[in-house]
Design a protein around this ligand. Structure first.
Ligand code: GAR
Length: 221
């Protein structure tokens, strides 16, 4: 029997990345078991997505806690009580305290809708759109104590097209998020992610980028 890594998913909103992870598990592309889905917001639609698949959910409201760390202690305790090994941040719109990060050393992943280290923080897609970059994208990384930083596991790049709006660009990025997040978790589950300082080495990687060595936008004639 293959090992199924026990994960806990933290979210604050719609949960399309959670859905992509659920779908990958159900389609046997991802050897993981979602032990719990935690939201800081009762109204997060991601909770409904989890319930639709009989996945346990917990709302831990961030309001009413004396400090960020006091809140994080409750969340960490819950995750540990469910036997979570890997914490998966999927649109969890809260900064983690050092206490949280140290409680799961090298065992927290985040997805950010930008090509890190560019455009950290809120609305990575909007920042990229307004800056006028020709390529945007998304990043899955291990979480360190800074915001949207930490060793990079996988990235996907998308072009910014002439008639894009912030919304069409965000949709193009989101479609790639749904491909790379399950893949990053699968690589973890297979024990293939080795953190070496700032970098992540993926063992067994053949270096084949499927024929693509460079992308140019606008394209060369
Ligand atoms: C995603 O685009 C994710 O990259 C972003 O929140 C969205 C959640 O969407 N996360 C961040 O901006 C973290 N800094 P979802 O709820 O549909 O998965």
């Amino acid at each position: 029997m293959k090992r199924h890594v026990p994960i806990g998913v933290l979210l604050s909103g719609g949960g399309t990345n959670l859905q992509a992870i659920i779908d990958a598990i159900e389609q046997d592309r991802l050897d993981a078991e979602i032990r719990t889905v935690v939201s800081n917001r009762e109204s997060a639609y991601g909770l409904t997505r989890a319930r639709n698949h009989d996945i346990p959910t917990t709302v831990i409201d961030h309001r009413g806690h004396a400090s960020r760390e006091a809140y994080d202690q409750v969340v960490v305790e819950h995750l540990q009580s469910q036997g979570v090994e890997l914490v998966v941040l999927a649109g969890f719109m809260r900064l983690l305290s050092p206490y949280f990060v140290q409680s799961f050393p090298n065992r927290i992943m985040n997805i950010h809708p930008a090509l890190s280290p560019a455009f950290a923080g809120l609305h990575g897609q909007r920042q990229a759109f307004e800056y006028g970059v020709r390529f945007a994208g998304c990043t899955v990384h291990f979480v360190s104590e800074g915001c949207d930083e930490g060793p990079i596991i996988i990235q996907a790049v998308v072009p910014v097209l002439p008639d894009d709006t912030e919304e069409t660009l965000a949709q193009r990025i989101l479609a790639q998020e749904h491909r790379i997040y399950p893949r990053a978790i699968q690589l973890y589950s297979e024990g293939r992610l080795v953190i070496e300082g700032r970098k992540v080495r993926v063992t067994g990687e053949d270096g084949d980028t499927r024929g693509e060595t460079a992308l140019v936008n606008p394209p060369l004639p």
